[in-house]
Design a protein around this ligand. Sequence first.
Ligand SMILES: NC(=O)c1ccc[n+]([C@@H]2O[C@H](COP(=O)([O-])OP(=O)(O)OC[C@H]3O[C@@H](n4cnc5c(N)ncnc54)[C@H](OP(=O)(O)O)[C@@H]3O)[C@@H](O)[C@H]2O)c1
Length: 218
Amino acid sequence: MKIAILGSGAAGTTLAAGLSRLGHAVVIGTRHTGKESLEKWRKEHSGVSTGPYSEAAAFGEVIFLCTSWQGTKEAVEMAGIWNFKKKILVDVTNPLNGKEPDKTGRLHYVPTGSAASGGEQVQAWLQEAHVVKALNTVGSGLMVNPQFSQGLPAMLIAGNDDLAKLAVSDLLSQMGWKDIIDTGGIDMSRHLESLYVLWFAYGFRSGSWNHAFGLLRK
Ligand SMILES: NC(=O)c1ccc[n+]([C@@H]2O[C@H](COP(=O)([O-])OP(=O)(O)OC[C@H]3O[C@@H](n4cnc5c(N)ncnc54)[C@H](OP(=O)(O)O)[C@@H]3O)[C@@H](O)[C@H]2O)c1
C-alpha cells in the first residue's frame, strides 16, 4: 500500500520505519527535505522517501498525520486539502500546547478551534477525508510491535466511517496490535486524547515509559 506520513518527528519516523518494514511504500512529508538529521535517518531506512507535504499527501492512499498540534493546520494546508479527498487519514496527533509537563507530569491541551477535540477539528478541516483517530494513546516507542508480558495492550480508535476503521484496523494488526477497539465516531477523540495525558503522567511519575492501556473482559 502507498502510505504518506505527514511530519518527521518521533511518531512519524517510527511509523514510517515500521510500515516500510512491513513492505508498504512510504513517503514522509516534511517542510525540510534536505535537513541533515532527516537525510541521515532516510539513508538508514532505504525503503522510505521524503518530500514536501503536498508530494507525500498526493502519493499516499492512506495518510498518517504526525505533526505537532501547533503545526497541524499549516501542514494540512501545505499538503493540499484536495489530496485528502476520499482518503483515509489516521490522526495520531494530540492537541498539546507544546510545553514541558507541569510538576506532576501533566501535559496541557490547547483549545481545538470550534471543535471539542483535535480529531473532530481535523475532520472539520478535511470534510471529504475519512479521519480515524488512532495510535495517539501510547508513546512513539510502542506504536509498532507493542510487546507486553502482562497481557494484550488495547489500541483504541475512533472515526465516522466503518470501512475506514476496518482498513486502519488491518494496518494496526500488521503493526502488531491484536486488541483493536472501535470506540465509536470521531467525537470519541476527545476521550482518546485525554488518555494520552494519563499515559504521559504515569510515565513521568514512574520513570518508565513501557506501558499501555488494556481492556479486561470476562
Ligand atoms: N511522540 C510521541 O510519543 C507521541 C505519542 C502519541 C501522540 N503523539 C502526537 O503525534 C504528533 C507528532 O509527535 P512527534 O513527537 O512525532 O513530533 P513533534 O515534535 O510534535 O512534531 C512533529 C512534526 O510536526 C511538524 N511541524 C511542526 N510545526 C509545523 C508547522 N508549523 N507546519 C508544518 N509542520 C510542522 C514537523 O515536521 P517537519 O519539520 O518534518 O515539517 C515536526 O517534525 C503530535 O501531535 C503528538 O502529540 C506523539
